[in-house]
Structure formats: C-alpha cells, structure tokens
Design a protein around this ligand. Structure first.
Ligand code: P70
Length: 457
C-alpha cells in the first residue's frame, strides 16, 4: 500500500520509552491485569483511546492564548457558537466538560423512567447514562456488524426493520428517542450512510419520535460517506456534515475525538427553543454557567479551531489512511480484524485470534494483556469484559464480538509506530495457542472495566 506522508510536520516532541520486558510483567501484575491501572509512563505506544489523546495544531495552541476567561458571556463562547453553527447548521449549543457531561445534562430531559432509547449500538458510557436515568438502551444495528469478515461499507447502519419492530413491540409511548452513534464505536468505528440516516429520520417522523446523534466521530463518518456512498464523491466534507445534521433534532458529542481537543463536549439542538432553555437550566447545576459549561475559555477557543480543522480533507485522508494502513498490515499476516477497517481504530477479532478461549475467559482482555507484555503497547478490550453483567440478574453477559481495540490518537504517531504495533501482534499470532485467559476477581457495578481487578487463569 502506497504511503502518503502526514500533511503536517512536527514542531514539538514528547519522549516515550519501552521499559524492559521483566518490568512490564511486574507492572501488569501490580495493575491486576487491568491496563487502565497502568501508569502511562510505563506504556510505549498508547492505543487505549483516541479520546483527548491527540495533538493540537499550532493554530489551536495560538488560539488558546486568546481565551477569554470571563465567567459569563465570554468572547470564546461566541467564537465556539459561530464555529458550531457553521459546522453543524443547528441553532443552539451548550458546551460541556466532555461527552458524558452532555449525556448527563440532556438525557434526563428526554427519558422518563421505564422508557427505552433505540440506537444502532450504544457506546458504554451512553448506555450507562441511559440506565442511570431509569431508561433502557436497545441496539438495532445491522447484523453484518457482527460478522467481522463481511466487508459491507456501512456496518454502523441501523437495521430499519428492527427499529420499527422495537417501536411496535414497546409501544411508541415507551420510546424516549432514537440515537444514532456516528461512527459506531462499539461496532468497530463503522460508519452510518446518509441513506440510512434519512431512513431512520422517516421512521422517527412516522412515530413522532426525536432523533439525536451521538456525534463523537462525525467528521470521520462524513469522510466515509464521501468515499463510499454513490452521489457524495464530489461533495465537500463540510457539505456532507451539514446534510447529516439536517436530519436530526440535536446531538451530544464528546469533543475529545473529532473536536481535536484534549477535553470538551457539546450539546447541539437544531431549533427546539423550549428544549434548549431546559438544557441551559440543567447545565448550570451540573456543568457550570452555560457560556463555559465546565471548560476554560481557552478550551472553547481550541475547540472552535478544532472543528474547522477536522473537516479538512487532507487531514481526514491521512487520519483514516493511517488506521487503514495498520489494519491492512494485520490482514496481510492473516490476523482476523473487523473489516473494513474503521475510522478511529483497528478492532482485532480476539474471539477468532484466541479461538481456544471461551467468552468467560475474556479473549479480548487476554490479548490486550499479551500485547502490553510483548511490546509495551496498550490497547483496550471491547467485548464481554466491557459489557459486564445483566443489571437485573447479575449474570455475565456474552458479547457478540470479543475485540481488542487498537485506537489511534489523532496526529500523534507515525507509520513507524504502526509498523511496530503490527509486528508485535504478528509475533503473538504465531504463538497464539500459548495465550491464557483471565477472570475478574473484583468489580464495581457500573462501568466495571475501568477499575476491575483480574487474574490470569
Ligand atoms: C473511547 C471513549 C467515549 C464516547 C464515545 C461515544 C461514541 C460518548 C463517549 C463519551 C471512552 C473510552 C473507552 C475506553 C478507554 C478510554 C476511553 N469514548 N460517545 O475511547 O465521551 O469520554 O468525552 O465522556 O466513543 O471510545 P467522553
């Protein structure tokens, strides 16, 4: 595969180091085999998440110096509002400290206890927030999302028949709203097509249900539409983004991804003034005054600038291309991954890779541990360990996919880092039968994977 160099050069560097193997072994044991408990300085290449871990541009750093730190009515807030209106075409915005802050503010206004939220595939913090508000998160993603070898272009799409069936079965009054996650993180960073967004809108209209985006990776989704959906090849990314957002009533967004910032979140409301006034009222006790929403003025400036940079096509081409490069290298070595390669990460099919392990031996987590041991690379499990237990019965749920996610921070690593990661995983693949499973020995009730303790089997 031909490599185009990154469309930027490096002005500042941060040292990283690979500690010796025996040290890594000790650090793993001290962390109770949960990579969230590792110190970042003991990690060589950190692919835990693309959330808040990217590099800002010189223009963003410069904008930071112009931040207006006024408590109320900050100039930086109005700059962000301009950038948001231009990017998304919605009327109203509220900054929040990150994505789950946005969920925490908006969801209680939309969900009554006992209601369901129908989505393509809810992200874990989103699911947790729906449940904390007394709701239930139901997934209706297309079935091909669970077949990692299926190369359909839009594996993040909502299964429209499933959506209609779920509305009918629950009764429309039991449905709070419909939520499309773009790109669909839990399904492997897979995009949702414009045609599917339109079709979901039509169903929502028929039942008078609100439709929202979980928009953390909206620009990556737009890029896939441009590259894969007939009729969009000559449209600009900003045009595609505007069209996508024209179909929804509002959105929550973790700006730590496609906002190209280290912290921040957003709520967008298309035109519902009443809902927006409720959002403003709710932001105050939870996040802070509506013109800063848990952020500093400088953060608002960096985000305003980031929203403009993220829709630049050379950036997106390089970004998606780097992730694809890592994925293709693994595929060439026979390693099973979610195909086509997603926008923000390569999702290794650990269920197939470690086919000798059962779901309750957490193959995704076992492979995560092995990769850190082998090369000091930190990935993250997305499978049964993350899924957790049935809140009613306490039984371990079985995830349809057991994945190791190698999440690529934006503008942070080079092709050499990608080669190093791929080579390490290929070495493990050659001796995969030696990799042992794990069990959970201590866990919390909500979002256990962040803090649980594990032991090797
Ligand atoms: C990730 C992070 C966050 C996220 C998301 C979508 C589609 C909302 C949020 C919450 C979380 C994470 C996972 C594993 C390791 C570290 C971090 N996703 N919606 O990496 O946003 O984090 O800002 O509250 O993907 O996928 P926020």
């Amino acid at each position: 595969m031909q490599k185009m160099p990154e469309p930027y050069r490096i002005k500042m560097v941060e040292s990283i180091q690979l500690i010796p193997r025996a040290e890594r072994e000790r650090k793993l044991a001290e962390a109770h085999y949960n990579v969230f408990a590792l110190r970042a300085e003991d990690v060589f290449i950190d692919l835990l998440t693309d959330s808040g871990t990217g590099a800002m541009s010189d223009a963003q750093w410069a904008a930071i110096m112009t931040g207006d730190e006024s408590y109320a009515g900050s100039r930086s807030y109005y700059r962000l509002e301009d950038a948001c209106r231009e990017t998304f075409g919605h009327q109203y915005f509220a900054p929040t400290h990150q994505g789950r802050g946005a969920e925490n503010v908006l969801f209680p206004l939309l969900i009554k206890p006992g209601q369901v939220v129908l989505g393509n595939m809810h992200f874990d913090t989103t699911k947790a927030h729906i449940e904390l508000k007394g709701g239930e998160a139901v997934n209706c993603i297309v079935p091909e999302a669970f077949d990692t070898a299926n190369c359909s272009p839009f594996k993040g799409n909502m299964d429209i028949a499933c959506l209609e069936r779920s509305i009918e079965e629950n009764g429309v009054e039991k449905v709070a709203f419909v939520l499309l996650t773009i790109t669909c993180n839990s399904a492997g960073g897979q995009p949702v097509s414009m045609a599917n967004i339109k079709a979901v809108r039509e169903v929502a209209d028929r039942y008078h249900l609100p439709l929202f985006f979980d928009a953390a990776r909206f620009a990556e989704n737009a890029y896939f539409i441009k590259k894969r959906e007939p009729g969009y090849e000559n449209r600009s990314i900003p045009q595609i983004v505007r069209e996508m957002f024209a179909y929804v009533d509002g959105f929550t967004m973790s700006a730590k991804k496609d906002g190209l910032v280290n912290i921040g979140g957003l709520i967008g409301i298309k035109d519902d003034e009443v809902l927006y006034s409720k959002v403003r009222a709710n932001v105050v006790p939870i996040e802070g005054f509506p013109t800063y929403g848990g952020l500093a003025g400088r953060d608002l400036e960096a985000l305003a600038r980031g929203l403009r940079e993220v829709v630049e096509e050379p950036y997106l081409e390089s970004r998606i291309g780097q992730v694809a490069y890592l994925g293709e290298k693994m595929l060439a070595a026979g390693i099973p991954i979610q195909q086509p390669v997603g926008g923000h990460a390569v999702f290794v099919d650990a269920g197939k890779f470690l086919s000798h392990l059962h779901n309750n031996e957490f193959p995704g987590q076992a492979l995560t541990i092995e990769l850190y041991r082998e090369a000091g690379v930190r990935g993250v499990e997305v499978g049964s360990f993350l899924l957790g237990r049935d809140p009613r019965t306490g039984e371990q749920l079985v995830s349809p996919l057991e994945l190791l996610r190698l999440t690529i921070p934006r503008r942070t690593y080079t092709f050499n880092h990608m080669d190093f990661v791929a080579d390490a995983l290929i070495r493990i693949y050659q001796r995969r039968h030696e990799v042992r499973g794990v069990k959970v020995v201590e866990e919390s009730q909500v979002l256990r994977h962040f803090t649980a303790k594990l032991a090797l089997l």
